[in-house]
Ligand binder design. Structure first.
Ligand code: SF4
Ligand code: SF4
Length: 508
């Protein structure tokens, strides 16, 4: 394999970040060992929560299905080791809102006994749909941090004329080296996963994107694979962002609110590719992943971690904290989530646990001086200072007009802001408010429709296209029927005159 032609294009903005002290890039992957208790949240992915199919007291084997996908956009969860289900209940997770979610609590028996794996698949001989079903059965999600169900992305790609498949090995947050170690130590797994994904989505070409790194390039050069072109990109941040990397590799700018698939492109993380290889070739569900533990710990390292392992166990595996005041972050220092409780588990998308001794403590922000630095570094060409002003004032429509939802929350703007304004907090808050308003509006609309249907039926208008489930009628039919029914209700009430005091009961 000829390694690393340089990326031909660049993306706007971005910053060059200093390294994290206590990096782990030179530490080979080792097993983190099993904790006594694992916590497997039913929501470890983007989509609907999984549904537990085990109950307290049940014994399970490693790799056994313990929670089913709740819908098409759901995800299976498997036991990461053998043991006994202690219960299913709320447990804190790493989340910006420090929330608790339903989780299966599993007490390990220490035997690590495996369930029968799925049968291996000869992926060259089967259809793309069969590969997609296997990926779904194995519970594989995007391991680069997003947690989007991988089988959904494959399904998007099947029949969609994908011209370029990108395997993203550009780990651009400092201190995180899990993907680098995979590329150096499990090169064949990653490349095989890339070929399987390329087959599944029938991609015309496959690019493996990496950071400029002699050790990674040497590992790839030693593993000839003509089907995968390796391209190196500069180590600026956020070079590994989806749209930024697509632009750097192909010159194609995915439009605002557009998806890569609309431009004939799909992207998966290198760890996802390796998980796909294990699912398809070995029949293994996704029950472990590589996690970097670095920063203020005694032995920074890259660990093979059973999904559901508490952060506290990982910190112990890394020798414990060297600074008890360090800020613990799940993920990288820029986009990671602060961990307030070390009982939170490593979930499928968590690629790092960093202990940041030198994390800037929040200080009161100063007013915006309109210096424009944030504008210069925004990789999405937004106006961060204007977005901030609108979000802060609660002008949510104006914030949306400024493309709030194109913000990838990379934090470049806040990183360079001389006034120390926590800009990303404002964007997250505004997005959360808009989502909450949208959900409330949808609930109100549902409630109004249900009321109108009941009102229409109470007056004997229960013939028509509407049934209890809304099935058998298109939404347009349903709306038209409801509107007509309501109009009839109003006319009859007007014809009957004013209602007696006491309402419909007649005061009896
Ligand atoms: S960098 Fe900070 S101070 Fe400068 S314009 Fe942006 S928000 Fe204002
Ligand atoms: S956090 Fe959002 S606004 Fe700030 S630089 Fe990144 S994309 Fe631009």
């Amino acid at each position: 394999m000829s390694v690393a032609t340089a990326a031909r294009y660049d993306f706007p903005g971005g910053v060059v970040l200093p390294p994290v002290r206590g990096a782990a890039a030179e530490a080979a992957i080792v097993a983190a060992g099993l904790p006594a208790r694992l916590v497997l949240p039913l929501q470890q992915h983007i989509g609907t929560p999984s549904v537990a199919i085990v109950t307290a007291g049940e014994r399970v084997l490693k790799g056994q299905l313990i929670a089913r996908s709740g819908s098409e956009v759901g995800m299976h969860v498997h036991a990461s080791t053998s043991g006994t289900v202690a219960g299913v209940g709320a447990h804190p997770i790493a989340h910006p809102g420090a929330v608790s979610v339903p989780a299966i609590i599993l007490d390990a028996d220490g035997e690590d006994r495996r369930a029968e794996p799925l049968a291996p698949i000869d992926w060259v001989a089967v259809t793309p749909q069969e590969v997609q079903l296997r990926i779904a059965a194995a519970g594989v999600v995007g391991l680069g941090g997003a947690g989007f169900p991988t089988h959904m992305k494959v399904r998007e790609g099947i029949g969609a004329a994908v011209h370029t498949l990108i395997i993203n090995g550009v780990e651009c947050e400092p201190g995180v080296s899990a993907d680098e170690r995979l590329l150096r130590e499990r090169t064949r797994e990653v490349l095989a996963g890339a070929r399987i994904l390329a087959h599944a989505v029938q991609a015309r070409r496959c690019i493996l994107a990496v950071k400029r790194n002699p050790a990674v390039e040497a590992a790839l050069a030693a593993t000839a694979d003509a089907a995968v072109a390796v391209v190196a990109v500069p180590a600026s941040y956020p070079a590994g962002g989806e749209k930024q990397l697509i632009l750097a590799l192909t010159g194609i700018e995915v439009p605002s609110a557009g998806l890569p698939i609309h431009a004939g492109i799909l992207m998966y993380n290198v760890a996802t590719a390796a998980a796909v290889q294990r699912a398809v070739v070995h029949g293994e569900p996704l029950i472990s992943r590589v996690v970097t533990v670095a920063g203020a710990v005694r032995r920074p390292g890259n660990f093979d971690v059973a999904i559901g392992t508490p952060v506290a166990h990982l910190l112990d595996a890394a020798g414990g904290l060297t600074d008890p005041g360090a800020v613990i972050v799940a993920g990288g220092p820029m986009m990671g989530v602060r961990v307030h409780d070390v009982r939170v588990p490593v979930t499928k998308p968590v690629n790092a646990v960093l202990a940041l001794a030198d994390a800037a403590m929040p200080v009161p922000a100063l007013p915006c001086i309109r210096c424009g630095r944030c504008v210069n570094v925004c990789p999405v060409r937004l106006q961060p200072q204007a977005l901030y002003a609108q979000a802060r004032a609660g002008n949510l429509d104006a914030a949306q007009d400024l493309h709030l939802f194109d913000c990838i929350e990379c934090g470049c703007c806040a990183y360079v802001c001389p006034s120390g304004i926590p800009l990303v907090h404002y964007y997250r808050y505004a997005k959360g408010e808009i989502d909450a308003l949208d959900r409330a509006a949808a609930r109100a609309q549902d409630a109004r429709q249900r009321f109108e249907i009941r009102a229409a039926r109470a007056l004997g208008d229960d013939d028509g296209p509407v049934d209890d489930n809304g099935s058998g009628a298109s939404s347009d039919d349903r709306r038209a029927y409801v509107a007509a029914a309501i109009e009839r209700v109003r006319s009859r009430r007007a014809a009957a005159g004013p209602e007696p005091a006491g309402g419909d009961d007649g005061g009896t």
